[in-house]
Design a binder for this molecule. Structure first.
Ligand code: COI
Length: 367
């Protein structure tokens, strides 16, 4: 780590949010609405590598209108959380997984590679500095958003020769309000999210921009999220706008779409595969036909569906709607989360909040 020590200077915020206001925010944080007092910035150029790292007061970035990211969207990000345990200590969850995925996203988007120790230290430094912003309420956390963008001022189309890495943090409650009420999903048959050889496995802003028109259609149909099919045959479910998906079969086996270059390798997805194994379920990672979901629910072969992600944790899915029909996998559970969804969610959050043994060494102590 000692290549990293000293990389980040700390420039404290002379005007942090007042304690009373911060406590008011932490009592009902919402999602992505409020930001802590500091942020991390580190610059990269080919000649100097990573340099000028600092923890500085949170504030606006000033960008020249010709900054490359504003034109060609050369940008990537991560989503992570810091959890406060019962004894007041603060922990992140599998930060090296996020660092490795960030490197893969960088590679795909022709951005520079940020070493794992620098990534982890940058997140730790921000969480340590703003530890008072880690809420302690049930199911709350500090959502941490590392990102990198092409900051070179240049309109030619080529990989930028100046990139900026930034970390911001935002206290968070549930992504979907409503106390684990199953969400409804719109099946997009008009739009796809990612194609073979494309950027679907990279966590880049462009993937999310491309999902928004379909997300809008989902909202127009009264659904909270959209499910995307593969771009070639429009037959296999890949993922939701920003979450992975699992189907629980009545025989106890569980399926999730396999990874490939059009599906994001989710930290939560990966963790749930292990935890479901501990709960005695066999998880198959393979292509999943949408018919297996639609008709499987109707035939009583699929008993539960759930979505997962850092922001969404484990969210039960109820109705899947499409043009001309719907299938409700929550109906057999009285419109609530099914037993496998509830059990695996509890297994995950119990580790994250320090209530269960961390047998796999997933937790990383920050403070
Ligand atoms: C996350 O779960 O962290 C995500 O990135 C999903 C979304 C909030 C963009």
């Amino acid at each position: 780590m000692n290549a990293v020590a000293g990389l980040l200077r700390v420039d404290p915020n002379p005007q942090p949010v007042e304690e009373a206001r911060r406590e008011e925010i932490l009592a009902a944080p919402g999602f992505g609405l409020h930001f802590t007092d500091h942020m991390v910035l580190i610059e990269w150029t080919p000649g100097r590598g990573w340099h000028d790292g600092r923890v500085q007061p949170y504030g606006s970035l000033s960008l020249d209108p010709a900054t490359a990211v504003l034109h060609y969207a050369q940008e990537i990000f991560e989503g992570m959380k810091a959890y406060r345990h019962g004894d007041g200590s603060v922990w992140t969850f599998r930060p090296e997984f996020n660092a490795a995925r960030f490197q893969r996203s960088s590679w795909r988007m022709a951005l520079p590679q940020l070493p794992t120790d620098v990534f982890v230290e940058a997140v730790d430094a921000l969480v340590r500095t703003d530890a008072a912003w880690v809420p302690g309420g049930a199911e709350t956390s500090l959502y941490v958003r590392p990102f990198m963008y092409a900051s070179e001022v240049f309109l030619g189309v080529r990989p930028a020769e100046h990139a900026t890495f930034c970390v911001i943090a935002s206290p968070a409650g549930p992504y979907f309000p409503g106390d684990l009420k199953p969400v409804s999903i719109w099946l997009s048959q008009d739009y796809t999210r990612a194609a073979r050889g494309g950027t679907g496995a990279a966590k880049c802003g462009g993937n999310y921009a491309a999902s928004l028109i379909a997300q809008q259609q989902a909202t127009d149909h009264g659904c909270a999220q959209v499910a995307f099919l593969d771009a070639v045959e429009r037959r296999y479910v890949e993922e939701l706008g920003g979450m992975n998906l699992f189907l629980v079969r009545t025989d106890g086996s569980i399926v999730t779409p396999e990874l490939g270059d059009s599906v994001l390798d989710g930290v939560t997805r990966d963790s749930l595969i292990s935890l479901l194994g501990d709960l005695g379920h066999k998880v198959e990672e393979r292509r999943v036909e949408v018919a297996e979901w639609r008709e499987g629910v109707a035939a009583g072969e699929v008993s539960e569906v759930f979505a997962c992600g850092t922001a969404a944790v484990v969210t039960p899915v109820g109705v899947l709607k499409w043009d001309g029909g719907q299938a409700d996998s929550a109906a057999p559970h009285g419109g609530a989360a099914g037993p496998v969804t509830s059990a695996v969610r509890a297994a995950l959050v119990d580790v994250q909040y320090g209530r269960a043994a961390d047998d796999r060494g997933w937790l990383h102590r920050v403070r």
